[in-house]
Design a protein around this ligand. Structure first.
Ligand code: NAD
Length: 497
């Protein structure tokens, strides 16, 4: 069994806390690794290493930081397959999906390669006689990143490439469930020329996270994970004077209008609901079918759902892999009988699935539940698994009202051929990311990612311009180079002339 190590100050280290977590291959149920769970003092060591490294990295030239990012881009690109294999071995998602995750993370490294352009300041000349004003942005210092299990490569890459390119030092606390891909990405960054201490990994649980949230030398915290923990992170880090962006959970609705191409809508619903076994924060978990297309759409989704191939992620024939743990699988599966008891119609029940040769893996099949209403648990909770709920609505207005009353507002999508309806929807819907005939509207790297309501706590979305703003502080410099004729005491408030 492998021990997955911390990476602090440019060196691997075993934990000294005496506490460990188990890393499991979800396709087999076999425990494959041990991950140390850091103590508070191990977190302190990582933060002080980052604080020391920041003293030089924070003033390293833009040319140097950019060069390191370009080197890193090449290295991640060259190691795509290896990283994807590590993801599949610990998360379970299929190899092609894992490769897609690496590609979307690389997009942010590519964004960071353009940091000289992104950090350009603004100047105004002669705002007053012989007075110029310049706005610049400077790194904040030591930044902490805390990431979820479902994207062990992409989500860390949403954070540290931008933070480092802006001149910060970083302490990353990956998910303890699948930490190897994250650690490998950090090793590659070191190989690319990121100096010792600038990018550290401490593995751990609540003890490590809470220490990062309270540590006086951590200036900013980026978090991605479930809503209750996002709120805890936001409130605790905020109470300790840090800037914080905490992205939480989701329940993403896909609204299908009667004029939509129903085959394309069904393809999109199945891909977005069951891809990565529904363990995506941008997964479609609710389809809202506007009358009279409900029966036809549900039939098309059911046909496609029944045809999916479920198996281990390293088998090229598999379209969907297992869930992350047995407990999570059982929790996800429990929503299907509960929905039936609460009056919904279970059209496809995948909960009894057994994958031959992988009886101990954490598999469940895909489920489709129709005629769901908002009070049912299958609608009200974030399930984070391959269970798709269908709600019937009589009109666009009823469907929009349902989406806007949801406690979450991460992503949403509309399927239609009507440009006017699409325009209305994009202005009226209360969610941070909107797709028009696009089921998973994850913004490209040069826009920013973030939800509304309980899907994000804090003011900044992640990556893109918001990422650069989050990881830098603004400063405005007003300069006068006096002429010999200037002078004289004046106690009045400075005004421009
Ligand atoms: P999680 O909230 O359980 O864990 C996220 C991180 O917080 C992990 O590093 C974990 O170690 C840490 N953590 C867990 N419990 C903690 C506690 N009590 N105190 C302090 N830290 C704690 O989330 P997860 O199960 O790893 O990931 C799935 C969740 O993440 C889903 O809710 C999903 O919607 C969400 N997610 C959101 C986005 C987004 O962009 N909004 C993206 C990916 C995942």
């Amino acid at each position: 069994m492998r021990t997955i190590q911390h990476f602090i100050d440019g060196k691997h280290s075993d934990g000294t806390s005496g506490r460990h977590g188990s890393v499991t291959n979800p396709a087999t149920g076999e425990v494959t690794g041990r991950v140390p769970l850091a103590s508070e003092s191990e977190v302190d060591t990582a933060v002080s290493s980052a604080a020391k490294a920041f003293e030089t990295w924070g003033t390293a030239s833009l040319a140097k930081r950019t060069q390191v990012m370009f080197n890193y881009r090449e290295l991640v690109n060259a190691h795509r397959d290896e990283i994807a294999e590590l993801i599949t071995a610990e998360h379970g998602k299929v190899h092609s999906d894992a490769l897609g995750e690496v590609a979307r993370g690389l997009e942010i490294v590519e964004l960071a390669c353009g940091i000289p352009q992104l950090l350009k300041g603004e100047t105004s000349t002669q705002v007053s006689t012989r007075v110029d004003v310049e706005s610049i942005r400077q790194p904040v210092g030591v930044v902490a990143g805390i990431t979820p299990f479902n994207f062990p490569a992409m989500v860390p890459m949403w954070m540290f490439p931008v933070a480092l390119a802006c001149g910060n030092a970083f302490v990353l606390k990956p998910s303890e469930k699948d930490p190897s891909a994250t650690l490998r990405l950090v090793e590659l960054a070191h190989q690319a020329g990121v100096p010792d201490g600038v990018l550290n990994v401490v593995h751990g649980d609540k003890t490590a996270v809470d220490r990062l949230l309270e540590h006086p030398d951590v200036e900013a915290v980026s978090f991605v994970g479930s809503t209750p923990i996002a709120k805890h992170v936001h409130d605790t880090a905020g109470a300790h004077g840090k800037r914080v962006q905490a992205l939480g959970g989701a329940k993403n609705h896909m609204l299908v209008l009667p004029d939509a191409d129903l085959d394309q809508a069904a393809d999109a619903a199945v891909s977005a609901a069951y891809g990565s076994a529904g363990e995506r924060c941008m997964a479609v978990s609710v389809v809202v079918a506007v009358d009279p297309i409900g029966d036809e759409l549900v039939g098309k989704i059911a046909d496609r759902a029944r045809a999916l191939t479920i198996g281990p992620g390293d088998d090229p024939a598999s379209e969907m892999g297992p869930l992350i743990t047995a407990e999570h699988r059982d929790r996800v599966a429990s929503y299907v009988p509960k929905a039936r008891e609460q009056g919904a119609e279970v059209v496809v029940d995948g909960t009894g699935l057994v994958v031959d040769g992988h009886e101990d893996g954490f598999f469940t099949g895909v489920s489709l539940v129709d005629k769901v209403t908002p009070e049912m648990d299958v609608y009200a909770d974030e399930i984070f698994g391959p269970v798709l709920a269908v709600v019937r609505a009589e009109s666009y207005e009823e469907a929009l009202g349902l989406i806007n009353r949801s406690r979450w507002g991460n992503g949403t999508a509309l399927f239609t051929r009507d440009g006017g309806a699409a325009r209305r929807f994009q202005l009226e819907v209360k969610a941070g990311m909107v797709g028009v005939n696009v089921p998973i509207p994850v913004p490209v790297g040069y826009h920013s990612f973030g939800g509304w309501k309980d899907s994000l706590f804090g003011d900044h979305h992640i990556y893109g311009n918001d990422g650069v703003h989050f990881y830098t502080r603004g400063k405005v410099i007003t300069t006068r180079w006096p002429d010999p004729s200037d002078g004289g005491v004046d106690l009045g408030f400075p005004s421009n002339s």
